[in-house]
Design a protein around this ligand. Structure first.
Ligand SMILES: Nc1ncnc2c1ncn2[C@@H]1O[C@H](COP(=O)(O)OP(=O)(O)OP(=O)(O)O)[C@@H](O)[C@H]1O
Ligand SMILES: [Mg+2]
Length: 199
């Protein structure tokens, strides 16, 4: 399927401000479609409920496969048709979330998870990745602060941030790093300036 639309991924740890930014972009640019991961299609939303259910035991490899399955459905059912029709899609998390969380955070290996996701996406990649960078403590505080991160929680999120930073350093053409501690209107204005350049 030919592709003329742009795929913009929004990445960063929990509480970084991804959903806030995606909604801000959608409000400022009406001709975009916002989708989220895991989710965005019926099957993918059901998988989302599974991976988020605290009552379920989910092995790290099973977790990686569930995210990949949700992504595969989203790509074929939604992303490819939207991009073929020329639509700009803002995607609240994409492959790099799996590289950072399952590859680095869970320790499954970034390259192993990249390979799994090349299969899941049939090679679809983002044109641009807006990476909202915050330290783990900022993300933890924004998530509501009802439960302080345990020692291993902090180690996990530090590994995730380090993986995102490494991706940003390696993929300079695709990545734009935004300071997630800037006020939301500043983050949005910076992102809109970047998006304008892309068109
Ligand atoms: N730039 C910002 N400065 C301060 N607070 C912010 C900023 N962006 C978002 N917030 C607030 O932080 C909280 C988390 O934001 P948001 O839900 O957008 O993060 P997220 O990255 O989508 O998190 P998750 O990965 O858990 O979905 C919200 O209460 C939001 O209002
Ligand atoms: Mg969110």
């Amino acid at each position: 399927m030919a592709r003329s639309g742009r795929l913009i991924a929004v990445e960063g740890i929990d509480g970084a401000g991804k959903t806030t930014l995606a909604e801000g972009i959608a409000a400022a640019l009406p001709d975009v479609t916002v989708l989220r991961e895991p989710g965005g299609a019926v099957l993918s939303e059901r998988i989302r409920a599974l991976v988020k259910d605290p009552a379920l035991e989910v092995d790290p490899r099973a977790e990686a496969l569930l995210y990949a399955a949700a992504r595969a459905q989203l790509v074929s059912e939604k992303l490819l048709p939207l991009l073929a029709s020329g639509r700009t899609v803002i995607l609240d998390r994409f492959v790099d979330s799996s590289l950072a969380y399952q590859g680095a955070g869970r320790g499954l290996g970034v390259e192993e998870i990249a390979e799994l996701n090349r299969f899941a996406t049939a090679g679809l990649t983002a044109d641009l990745t807006l990476y909202l960078r915050v330290d783990p403590a900022v993300g933890a505080a924004r998530r509501g602060g009802e439960d302080r991160l345990e020692q291993e929680g902090e180690a996990f999120f530090s590994a995730v941030v380090a993986a995102y930073d490494a991706l940003a350093a390696k993929e300079r053409d695709r990545y734009v790093v935004l300071d997630g501690t800037d006020p939301p209107d500043v983050v949005l204005a910076t992102a809109l300036t970047v998006l304008k350049r892309l068109q």
